[in-house]
Write a protein that binds this ligand. Structure first.
Ligand code: FAD
Length: 517
């Protein structure tokens, strides 16, 4: 083992190049990486943006950014890092759109791969009986959707926000209001192309290299870089009827949500949110949403109560299907126990609905409120504990104030494939609860510290009350915590790591494994 600190030695790079270890380590890295024969290129100086993510409170500078032009660029670089071992001492992280919140796509002093630079090959749609699209791992979901819509098709399972990359969401799960029916995005992939931590390029699917395929899905970038994904498609609807109703009682709200996700005939999208301490809520309601009965709605007073908003959609294509839909929607709504005056609807195109969060992004950006710290916390809570959880968290810890949207909706475990690396609670139904806080700039007050402290109180409560919670987009700092997170899946996870990334080169900032030499 040779460390690059003051020891003078020449290391053979296998191509008549040598590293001089009396030189500054960064110079050696530059020299070593620059010698690689690539289609794309490395950036060594202006690397600050790779030390930033949506969370905006973890910043680790890499030594270099790779802007690949071909899959072979990624394979060549990783193979080189793998072979050089301690003399290069590098880790490598794929960066999708950098929308992690705790530095997960960063690589301190290592190499960050700018996956969005890997543009080719073009998005390819297969329109047969079982339609699918082949997309590069660094492609944004919004671009995938727009391409598919040209053929009247669309992926089945989404995230609420589409300016995220395919590789980034498949490394976690990809959850939204369609997941109760179709499962998360990782349940809707036919095939992947992966560059492993040894620099091998491997095609994998349920039938071919299945262990790697399932390992990478939800695998937090630990086993390889997703360079291509084959995504399952369905016929795309043209329009969406978008519905919101309010509840003041959590038990009634949760009962209705669970009824809807368990029924055969139901809505196409089911989510929900918690509204804490907001008066005049109906007047502030999105202007695009019309109350069904404006007069009744005008009498509704929230008086600062905590309310629960059920959000639903029903897809349709034409006026005829809309009339049929209307009857079905009315019949479904008649089974629910929301506050009658709070039925709000709107009709938008499928694209407008799926890309809805982008509108909020533009508004926040224009006010300088997008690129601020986001100490988000995403939890999966077993159904039998959700009332206990809601009582303590919404009734006590966050009783008076929330600093951003709080989403809450149930999911069916049967739609998750237990061969993937994703971790979920051990019950047939569990809730996604997302605390999407923003640390607004304010003078003389440590808003970020305050919000992180609230998160800690929620996590501490889950532990104390033995809630059986699993973190989504998990963040832990010790191997012991990771082992507890994975539970019975831990051994498989470790086994996969030793098979596909034995030197723990990849995605170091999850802090699951230590770089080996
Ligand atoms: P990055 O942050 O760049 O990377 C995330 C992780 O994946 C890192 O560990 C990285 O190394 C790894 N990675 C990235 N690309 C690859 C690749 N090609 N191959 C292997 N590993 C890779 N999630 C949901 O499930 N549902 C939602 O509704 C949802 N809404 C969101 C809304 C917003 C505004 C934001 C900021 C995030 C949201 N997320 C949601 C979370 C989001 O899915 C994850 O943070 C996701 O990882 C972001 O994708 P990205 O392309 O920015 O990934």
């Amino acid at each position: 083992v040779l460390l690059l600190s003051g020891i003078t030695a020449n290391i053979d790079l296998g191509s008549n190049l040598t590293l001089n270890s009396s030189v500054d380590p960064n110079q050696n890295i530059t020299f070593s990486l620059q010698a690689l024969n690539l289609n794309g290129r490395f950036i060594f100086h202006d690397v600050h943006h790779a030390a930033k993510d949506f969370g905006n409170y973890h910043h680790y500078l890499p030594s270099a950014i790779l802007r690949p032009k071909a899959v072979s660029d990624i394979a060549t670089m990783i193979k080189h890092v793998f072979k050089m071992g301690p003399s290069l001492n590098l880790t490598v992280a794929a960066r999708g759109h950098g929308h992690s919140v705790q530095g997960q796509a960063q690589a301190p002093d290592g190499v960050v791969i700018d996956m969005e630079a890997l543009k080719g090959p073009k998005l390819r749609i297969h329109t047969g009986k079982v339609p699918y699209i082949d997309v590069p791992g660094g492609e944004l979901w919004i671009n995938v959707l727009q391409e598919c819509l040209k053929y009247g098709l669309a992926p089945k399972s989404w995230t609420d926000y589409l300016h995220l990359t395919v590789g980034g969401t498949l490394s976690n799960a990809g959850i939204s209001g369609q997941a109760f029916r179709h499962g998360p995005q990782i349940s809707n992939v036919h095939q992947l192309e992966i560059v492993t931590g040894k620099g091998e390029v491997v095609t994998c699917s349920e039938k071919q290299n299945a262990d790697l395929f399932y390992g990478v899905l939800g695998g937090l970038g630990q086993f390889g870089i997703i360079t291509r994904a084959r995504i399952s498609l369905e016929k795309a609807p043209k329009m969406v009827k978008w519905i919101r109703v309010l509840y003041s009682n959590f038990s009634v709200f949760a009962k209705d949500q669970e009824l809807l996700i368990s029924s055969e005939k139901t809505f196409d999208y089911i989510e929900g949110s918690v509204i804490i301490n907001r008066t005049g809520i109906l007047n502030n309601w999105r202007s695009s949403f019309n109350p069904q009965d404006p007069l009744q709605a005008s009498y509704f007073r929230s008086d600062g109560r905590t309310l629960f908003c059920l959000e639903l959609t029903k897809n349709f294509d034409s006026e005829e299907t809309d009339i049929m839909n209307q009857q079905e929607v009315e019949s479904l709504l008649s089974q629910l126990s929301y506050i009658p005056s709070t039925l709000f609807t709107s009709e938008v195109t499928y694209l407008e609905f799926l890309d809805r969060v982008h509108d909020s992004e533009m508004k926040l950006r224009s006010k300088g409120l997008w690129e601020i710290p986001h100490p988000w916390l995403n939890l999966l809570i077993p159904r039998t504990q959700i009332h206990n959880f809601a009582q303590e968290v919404f009734g006590n810890i966050l009783k008076d104030h929330s600093s951003g949207p709080i989403l809450i909706y149930p999911l069916n475990k049967s739609k998750w494939d237990n061969r993937t690396s994703a971790v979920t609670p051990d019950e047939n139904i569990f809730y996604m609860v997302a605390f999407l806080s923003s640390a607004l700039p304010s003078s003389g007050f440590d808003m970020l510290g305050h919000l992180l402290n609230k998160n800690k109180r929620i996590l501490d409560f889950c532990e104390r009350a033995n809630i059986g919670m699993k973190q989504y987009l998990p963040h832990y700092t010790t191997p012991k915590d990771w082992q507890a997170h994975f539970g019975p899946q831990w051994e498989t996870f470790v086994q996969r790591k030793s098979s596909y990334d034995p030197l723990a080169i990849l995605a170091p900032m999850h802090r699951i494994f230590q770089r080996q030499y």
